[in-house]
Design a binder for this molecule. Sequence first.
Ligand code: AP5
Ligand code: ZN
Length: 213
Amino acid sequence: MILVFLGPPGAGKGTQAKRLVEERRFVHLATGDLLRSAVRNMTPLGMKAKEYMDRGDLVPDQLVIQMIEEALPQEGDVILDGFPRTIPQAQALENMLSSHGKKVDKVIFFDVEDSVLIERLTGRRVCPNCGAVYHIKYNPPKEDEICDRCGTKLIQREDDREDTVRRRLEVYRTQTAPLVDFYQKRNKLIILDASKPQDEVYASILKAIEDES
Ligand code: AP5
Ligand code: ZN
């Protein structure tokens, strides 16, 4: 099964994908995580992507499409988290999959209003070592600012400062939101109220997947 997690920054896509990977057999392909790792390792892709990411802009389509082409597994259930994010990316994905006789099965749209997104993003803290994601109010670590899993000091993502968050929301509205219509027309869209607590959102995702399989 190929699932796409679509939604604005901070909607909870990564949080839910990680849980689904832990509890079901999914491969999680998150373009944001792949790009951040390329930036950390100073690869040619990372060097090109960094300036766009720091500003809260999208990395150019051709770079991201090539990265996904290389990373997409041939077999198994996959969650695409944060990809596609533009119409050309969605078209490239259709071509990529159809050349292997596959297709996107469902697109889960995480619907959340802006005021909630801003609070979630500015309160997010991440573990630079293991990638665990926390929130200072909604999902705090047991010990202040320390990762429960590996004991590393948590950090705030560079692009989670309020001015960059606002830019990311604007970019989402102009470049990514048209995908809602794109997938609705293809009859693949499942709309979730992702402003609900994490467990409720997770239960709705499971139901959507089980209805499908
Ligand atoms: P990316 O890393 O994909 O960022 P994003 O889409 O902006 O998504 P986020 O990771 O910010 O949010 P999320 O929905 O995963 O939320 P999370 O689960 O963490 O992309 C970063 C950058 O990379 C982009 O700006 C762009 O430059 C580039 N990029 C990536 N993909 C690209 C592409 N395809 N094309 C071009 N460029 C690309 O949750 C957020 C917070 O809320 C957490 O603190 C969490 O604990 C909390 N939370 C989660 N769920 C709930 C809940 N139900 N209730 C309360 N709190 C919750
Ligand atoms: Zn950790």
